[in-house]
Design a protein. Sequence first.
Length: 102
Amino acid sequence: MIRFVEVVNKTDFNPRMERTAVPHFELGEVWINEQFVVSIREATNYNKLLAEGQLPPKMDEAHRFTSVTTNMGGATETHVVVGAPETVARRLGQINNTLLKG
């Protein structure tokens, strides 16, 4: 298992006041088992949130975010972690340099 810094959405969603909810994000820790990773892709919408100042204030504008999807026993979870997709894939050992014929 590999440790990552995760962006956690702590927004209080009230069904009656959904449009007026103020987004609130915090940084947390997540351990991901590389055997259950299904997909890795860049989370570009979090770059927009960072530029708007909605993410924690200690974050640098150069940070990139990656969405990591895992599937264990029929349960699928998506985690948004801090780091470029290439870096996250390298840490998870998911970079294959072979091209499949097809």
